[in-house]
Design a protein around this ligand. Structure first.
Ligand code: CTP
Length: 475
């Protein structure tokens, strides 16, 4: 192990960092996520944390001189931290510290500390490992909490009493769950019990930081690991009650409906196998969120969720607003996918008509591919015959889309005849007749009654105007 560590320390930027540390005769360590991911054989992280028993400012300034081509340097005096950019690395240098917390804030009171103090104040054993980079301990792994064993056994555990670690900085509850999801690790049971006890401490964490962790859970390979832990701990109910409300199956007159919480997690896992897009994954998470509010039972039809897509799309806005997620085109994208989320399914179940496909192309525009991807991820039936049939139907829908698109050029549809032209043709001003004619022209194109081109649209417009009693302007 030491040989591999030394090999990495002989590479830049570590080589120059080590030399600088020795020139200044200070004791220094490589710490944090870089060490964790390196020992896990993950892709090299570009964020490097260097801890120094001494002045972080002085080390940063000297390093800037020694590390050729390093860009800007930023100092955070209050925290004894400096940041330096070199190539695509961000090097954070921090003075070893001891932390204490006030009950109403996750901002620590910081005092200069020893290596041991600094390792004690960290969140998890797997993040407390330090590698010596100065002469005295070059390449040595200092691991007072046996983090290396936890890496091997895939365990998230706090170095000190978990109640203290989580209560001091409650963001760590989300970090624990995020790491469990990203790394597919278990949270040690004492730690998990402590999270359950401390969930109300989440009050002192900002929305932005919670969402930061939530997004990392959503972006992990199998996000359901994180969401199941969020649910089990009680945190889900506090931050995303709408997803928590999807839990459970109701029975009436001996009939039950689908369990929508586990279904949603399956859809999220499915989409994560085919897309890295955060917002498409959010759409998968929220696609059924309107179901509890639209749920009805009828003796004839059983359980129904009519209009859940519309209710869900309204809820998307409320959720984004509450969590301070971007209310711009990202929110609109998720909202539109949720609104349209059942449309391709309906098409694929019925006889697949050209006009239904045209309407789908027309309504979804640029979102069409993502919408179909979402709908394919939505197939979670455990019946292998149905599973195969649904997927085959979606293949047919995809083929039809391709064929119709090539022919009709419908994406981001602009009618071949504008409102202006209708006004000119009939010599009229803005009026409701224009809206009626435009809608009928669109319908005729979607239904395949006329081609999506000027000549035939003009002819139909003329006819429609005349039926409405408008006079054709010969000029
Ligand atoms: N840390 C901590 N408590 C926190 C945040 C961070 O103890 N609430 C410590 C951990 O030792 C962590 C290090 O600070 O390893 C660096 O934090 P950060 O850069 O946020 O996370 P990484 O562990 O590097 O992981 P990632 O980049 O994946 O977030």
């Amino acid at each position: 192990m030491k040989a591999i560590i030394i090999k990495i320390l002989k590479k830049e930027p570590f080589k120059t960092i080590s030399k600088t540390v020795d020139d200044l005769s200070v004791d220094s360590y490589l710490v944090g996520g870089y060490v964790r991911d390196f020992l896990l054989n993950k892709d090299e992280k570009k964020d490097i944390d260097i801890m120094v028993i001494g002045s972080a400012m002085e080390l940063a300034k000297t390093l800037k001189k020694n590390l050729k081509g390093s860009k800007k340097i930023q100092f955070y005096k209050n925290f004894g931290t400096a940041m330096l950019e070199w190539q695509d690395f961000v090097i954070e240098i921090i003075t070893a510290r001891k932390e204490s917390y006030n009950y109403d804030s996750r901002k620590p009171n910081v005092k200069i500390g020893t290596l041991k103090d600094d390792q004690n104040r960290r969140d998890f054993t797997i993040n407390s490992l330090a590698i010596g980079i100065s002469k005295k301990n070059f390449g040595e792994l200092i691991d007072p909490f046996n983090g290396i064993n936890d890496l091997k056994n895939k365990i998230i555990r706090t170095p000190l009493n978990p109640d203290k670690t989580y209560s001091d900085d409650p963001l760590r509850m989300f970090r624990a769950i995020r790491f469990s999801s990203q790394l597919n690790f278990d949270i040690e049971s004492e730690s998990f019990e402590s999270i359950k006890k401390n969930i109300n401490r989440v009050k002192i964490v900002s929305k932005e930081r919670i969402v930061g962790e939530l997004n990392k859970i959503i972006l992990s390979k199998k996000p359901s690991i994180g969401f199941l832990n969020l649910e089990k701990s009680g945190l889900l109910e506090l931050i995303l009650p709408e997803i928590n409300n999807l839990k459970g199956i109701e029975e009436f007159e001996g009939r039950t409906h689908k369990e929508n919480f586990f279904h949603t997690l399956e859809v999220l896992d499915n989409i994560s196998k085919v897309s890295e897009d955060l917002w498409l994954r959010w759409a998968a998470l929220l696609h059924d969120v309107g179901k509890p509010l639209s749920k009805k039972f009828n003796s004839k039809t059983g359980w129904t969720f009519h209009g859940h897509e519309f209710i869900g799309s309204k809820m998307v806005y409320q959720i984004f607003k509450r969590l301070k997620l971007p209310l711009n085109n990202k929110m609109k994208y998720v909202q539109k996918l949720v609104l349209l989320s059942s449309r391709p399914i309906v098409i694929s179940e019925d006889f697949i008509t050209d006009s239904a496909v045209r309407r789908l192309i027309f309504d979804s525009g640029d979102l069409l591919e993502d919408l179909i991807t979402l709908c394919e991820a939505d197939i979670t039936t455990k019946n292998p015959i149905l599973f195969k049939n649904y997927h085959e139907n979606f293949k047919i829908v995809r083929d039809k889309i391709k064929a119709i698109e090539e022919k009709d050029n419908l994406r981001n549809f602009q009618p071949p005849i504008s409102g202006e032209e209708i006004m000119k043709t009939f010599n009229i001003g803005p009026s409701k007749e224009i809206g009626i004619i435009k809608e009928k022209l669109k319908e005729a194109i979607i239904n395949g009654e006329i081609e999506n081109e000027y000549e035939s649209t003009f002819k139909l417009m003329k006819k429609l105007g005349e039926t409405l009693g408008l006079k054709f302007n010969e000029k």
